[in-house]
Design a protein around this ligand. Structure first.
Ligand code: ZN
Length: 252
């Protein structure tokens, strides 16, 4: 049990409020609040604040001990979910330049939302922190505030530049990510994943992550869930053409 676990845990009512957040994911609206208290009070944050002397922060060096602390924090979030009945034993923290910028924990049972996984909420928490004005609405018009970065040399990506997202960040997860969360990590452009327990470990305590990875490798017609591919393809492509025709589109 860590100090963070005991004193800075997100309150259940915040978790319930964040159920709205869950339903907003599909609409592309990132709004988290459940971890704000932990962020503002964490002594770790204060220690790594940008007001430190330049000699300490110019080139942050994350020693093994420091990385272990990030993993311990992820595990503390996971254990809190278990102890309070909020969800499965999964927690995640996202680190940028040696500082925690996002936290998440599984709250599937608390919210009734099946995608309320630790990595997803940590990504939303970090994204909101890096783009604090993104949710304020009309001040920024219909555009985006997301910074663009060029495609890396040798990348198979067809698009010359994309939104930066969480590129340069690390994520620490106490258990191997499920396919949904791994995909979210790809979409967020996180640069390094550290996970502790293996997919096999997770399977042994009753979660289906390993099975899902196996199912993903199968053709559509052999999946465990019925899939009808290319159903009314022409209808779907009308939206694709709208994207292609948009001259000021912002690739992400
Ligand atoms: Zn997941």
């Amino acid at each position: 049990m860590t100090d963070f676990d005991c004193k800075h845990s997100p309150r259940p009512e915040l978790g319930r409020r964040s159920f709205i957040t869950c339903t907003a994911v599909a609409a592309g609206v990132a709004a988290t609040g459940g971890f704000a208290d932990a962020r503002s009070k964490s002594p770790k944050d204060n220690a790594a604040a940008p007001t430190q002397p330049a000699a300490d922060t110019a080139v942050p060096i994350q020693a093994l001990e420091e990385k272990r602390k990030f993993m311990e924090e992820a595990a503390a979030l996971a254990k809190e979910s278990v102890e309070k009945g909020w969800g499965g034993p999964f927690g995640a923290v996202i680190v940028k330049d040696g500082k925690v910028i996002g936290r998440g924990q599984n709250r599937v049972l608390l919210t009734g939302c099946p995608v309320y996984h630790a990595e997803i909420t940590a990504i939303m928490d970090a994204s909101q922190r890096l783009n604090p004005k993104a949710l304020l609405g009309s001040d920024y018009g219909a555009g985006t505030i997301l910074e663009m970065i060029p495609r890396e040399p040798g990348s198979p990506d067809l698009v010359p530049e994309r939104a930066k997202m969480l590129k340069g960040c690390e994520i620490y997860i106490n258990g191997a990510p499920c396919p949904m969360c791994m995909s979210a990590i790809y979409w967020s452009r996180i640069s390094h994943v550290y996970f502790a327990a293996s997919l096999e470990d997770t399977s042994h305590i009753g979660f289906d992550d390993a099975f899902q990875y196996a199912d993903f490798k199968k053709p559509w017609d052999q999946r465990s869930i019925a899939v009808t591919p290319n159903f009314e393809r022409d209808v779907g492509l009308t939206a694709y053409r709208a994207w292609e025709d948009k001259k000021d589109r912002h690739p992400y």
